[in-house]
Write a protein that binds this ligand. Structure first.
Ligand code: FAD
Length: 473
């Protein structure tokens, strides 16, 4: 049974990305009225910003079931499920039509500023469960407040890029040189071509965004004389960005890493590993990037442009007035942290999870989608779709469906043991081991059953891991 609060005020969803839209579709399928607040002027803003970037998950993993059912009722035809869209194609062929189908429930140009509960601040407890949420929204130049019986925060993390500084703080004078820094993945070969042609560019970061930018820049350097490419990473382990190669269950992601390795071998880009950026200095028309390295402080001069692809972090200000419990490391939803901590796992494989893991001390408030992973970089849309299916069922009072969480995700093929032992253990994972097995994950169990050494993900690492974590994926 839906609570009286939800019956009266409905459910507010923040953010009309793939997961927020899916949340709306699931709620509607259960007869609950959602109101979706989107900061941008159309849905799927994050994908528009990187429209040129090829996604690594094929259509089959990118389409939510309830959203598909809603679309198909209006005559929508799904794309070929095993092909790979670009981010722009995902927005055009899926998110925009879905936005159309949900248009009555979506408020565009509506940036949510903050959340609270009606008539009470964070401290007050009595009657809290019965007080509707207050959603303060900047809308068309005015600030308005709405009430809701529950809130699903699906605002993602793309709006808050990490800085250049290796310590998580902006590099000294980073803001001053902001006009030379692009945060994200620029369209190097088309829209931003003139910005980079013939320039010396430093790409910072060790994820797939950095890999995309580097591959495009090396292509540009073959077409535009004088284009030089540097790549700086903080650590010395490039396994994550190289991906699972041929072993990757998302072949496009594996191929990206393999292509990048080839470009490095052929000398098309200069790699600076263990390069911990501290400061930027202007030197005439160019920038000098100062970093701490194992051989001391190093200055990298002659840089025209920097592409900062160091990931992103959640905006925690939104829910400052609510009772939210986040992981101290990752700023993810607390229960997810041991499963996705990049200190311990290089994989994106999490066990199925839903409304219980995503609940906070604030009843009726959920953080979902990429934001539920906080700073962990391994989120996949398919994970978010199952999250919101479970939450919609819980809000509708169908606890059997809410607790029946199922998630089948492709593995990266580099899903390995704790980083400290990774070098000796090789790949592992496949999800939690069967309860009866003396193993740390499915692959460990299978290896042991076949009489081989396990994959080693249960080996105690040299450095202590978070106490609450299991050492398995
Ligand atoms: C380069 C790149 C490639 C990727 N490729 C893949 C892939 O192949 N497969 C995959 O599964 N995942 C991929 N991802 C991860 C992908 O980002 C997520 O799967 C997806 O975007 C998460 O969806 P979301 O709805 O949680 O957040 P988002 O897509 O970020 O949507 C959040 C929405 O909230 C809005 N918003 C933000 N703040 C507010 C506010 N205060 N008020 C109102 N609205 C707000 C934003 O405008 C946006 O529309 C990729 C990520 C990157 C960076």
């Amino acid at each position: 049974m839906t609570s009286p609060l939800i019956q009266q005020h409905g459910v507010a969803i923040l953010g009309a990305g793939p997961v927020g839209l899916a949340a709306a579709a699931h709620l509607l399928s259960r007869g609950i009225v959602p109101t979706l607040f989107e900061a941008g002027d159309e849905v799927g803003q994050s994908f528009r910003a990187v429209a040129h970037v090829p996604l690594f998950s094929p259509w089959r993993y990118n389409i939510d079931h309830a959203s598909r059912a809603l679309l198909e009722r209006g005559g929508w035809q799904p794309p070929e499920l095993d092909t790979l869209p670009t981010a722009g194609e995902l927005q055009q062929h899926y998110l925009l039509p879905l936005g159309q189908a949900l248009t009555r429930h979506i408020r565009l140009n509506s940036r949510v500023l903050s959340l609270s509960r009606h008539g009470m601040d964070k401290i007050k407890t009595a009657g809290r469960d019965q007080a509707p949420f207050v959603i303060r929204v900047a809308q068309h130049g005015a600030v308005r407040e709405y009430l809701a019986g529950a809130v699903i925060d699906a605002t993602g993390t793309w709006g808050k890029p990490n800085p250049l500084g290796a310590n998580g703080l902006p590099a000294i004078d980073e803001a001053e040189h902001g006009s030379r820094i692009f945060y994200g993945v620029p369209d190097v070969l088309n829209a931003h071509r003139t910005r980079y042609a013939g320039k010396t560019i430093l790409v910072v970061g060790a994820g797939h965004s950095a890999a995309n930018a580097l591959l495009n820049l090396t292509e540009l350097s073959q077409q535009e004389a004088g284009t030089r490419v540097h790549w700086a990473v903080r650590g010395n382990n490039l396994r994550r960005v190289f991906g699972g190669g041929e072993a990757d269950q998302l072949p496009a992601r594996g191929a990206l890493g393999s292509r990048l390795q080839q470009r490095i071998k052929s000398g098309e880009l200069t790699v600076h590993s263990e390069f911990r950026i501290q400061a930027l200095h202007a030197a005439g028309q160019e920038l000098t990037v100062v970093a701490e390295t194992p051989s001391g402080i190093v200055a990298l001069p002659g840089i025209d442009e920097i592409i900062c692809a160091t990931g992103s972090r959640p905006d925690l200000e939104l829910s400052r007035e609510l009772r939210v419990r986040l992981d101290a490391w990752l700023e993810s939803t607390e229960a997810l942290a041991p499963l996705i901590d990049p200190n311990e796992h290089s994989c994106g494989t999490v066990r199925p999870h839903g409304h219980r893991e995503l609940a906070h001390p604030e009843p009726g408030f959920y953080i979902v989608g990429a934001k539920s992973y906080g700073r962990a970089p391994t989120f996949l849309m398919a994970t978010g779709y199952e999250q919101v299916r479970s939450i919609a069922a819980a809000l509708a009072g169908d606890m059997v469906a809410a607790d029946d969480v199922q998630l089948e995700l492709p593995e990266t093929g580099v899903c390995n043991a704790p980083v400290a032992s990774a070098a000796t253990t090789g790949a592992c994972c496949g999800g939690p081991a069967p309860a009866e097995a003396n193993a740390c994950c499915v692959q460990d169990a299978e290896a042991k059953q076949a009489g081989k050494a396990g994959c080693g993900c249960g080996i105690q690492p040299a450095e202590p891991l978070r106490a609450k974590a299991s050492t398995c994926c």
